[in-house]
Design a protein around this ligand. Structure first.
Ligand code: SF4
Length: 284
């Protein structure tokens, strides 16, 4: 059954050309040849076309394209170390786009303060996504400190499942993922088609090509704050139990799941079959 309304489909198809100032040909026979119920093929072709066309474009153009083309578009943010960059871009380009924040119940208090302040200052509409289980209920059902025994299971319960549930109401989303952050992110396309719960969605990474210097320059140029814990030795900030300080010269993400070799992602940006985690030490 088709999930994209025919009118949305027509708009999306036409926008492949028009939203990019005519840099691509108008929707051609390849789009027209896709059956009305085959959203997966339609989204795949749309994403492939856009990925090529947008690869060298500035992040604000990428966001403009996505917000204008994807019928129900949303942005996700961890309100982490450098999240102000993407959020500021959204505020400039399309402030009405909702921002999803995964409120796991295990964030640092300062993260929740940062989320409130930044949302207010940038005029963004932030939606807090909460897991089905409270932290106490999770402890009852799955054992105390699940993050220390099985962080993949904990991330699935508190992050990936709530996000995937929320994404059922959207056709595409943007993240602040950058290629230089981790080896797993090195191949991040600017635009890609992703499967979630049997549906195809457009995933957009407007900052994929950005270097660390690009981020520094943008934050400075726009007088934007980093997460307050960055100044305290946390260059990457996630849930409190899984975030440690790093020493000078260490990989900025070395403090995330530091006790687990091989876990560098919570799963939000991995394919639907997830990743492999090997526990090597006992977390504190
Ligand atoms: S980052 Fe840690 S505490 Fe947060 S959901 Fe994942 S395992 Fe659980």
């Amino acid at each position: 059954m088709s999930r994209l309304h025919p009118a949305d489909r027509a708009a999306v198809g036409a926008s492949v050309a028009t939203a990019l100032d005519g840099e691509l040909p108008r929707p051609d026979d390849r789009f027209r040849a896709i059956g009305p119920d085959d959203d997966a093929a339609f989204i795949r072709l749309l994403a492939a076309e856009a990925a090529d066309a947008l690869e060298d474009m500035p992040a604000d153009r990428v966001l403009t394209w996505a917000a204008g083309v994807v019928p129900r578009f949303v942005v996700t943010s961890s309100f982490g170390a450098e999240s102000a960059v993407l959020l500021h871009l959204v505020a400039q380009v399309s402030p009405e786009v909702p921002v999803l924040f995964l409120d796991t119940g295990l964030h640092f208090d300062v993260t929740l303060d940062f989320r409130r302040t930044l949302a207010r200052d940038l005029g963004l509409s932030v939606v807090d996504l909460r897991p089905e289980l409270s932290v106490a209920q999770q402890a009852e059902r799955h054992g105390d400190r699940l993050w220390a025994s099985d962080p993949d299971a904990c991330c699935a319960l508190r992050k990936t499942t709530p996000l995937r549930t929320a994404l059922r109401s959207f056709d595409g989303w943007a993240t602040g993922v950058r290629r230089v952050q981790t080896p797993e992110r090195a191949g991040t396309p600017i635009v890609e088609a992703r499967r979630h719960d049997g549906r195809s969605l457009v995933k957009v990474a407007p900052l994929a090509r950005w270097t660390d210097d690009d981020v520094d320059d943008y934050l400075r140029a726009h007088d934007l704050p980093r997460h307050p814990l960055v100044a305290d030795g946390y260059p990457s900030v996630g849930c409190e139990p899984c975030t440690s300080k790093v020493t000078a010269g260490q990989d900025p993400r070395a403090g995330r799941w530091a006790a687990f070799d091989g876990k560098s992602e919570c799963g939000l940006h991995l394919p639907d079959d997830g990743g492999v985690v090997r526990r090597t030490t006992t977390p504190g």
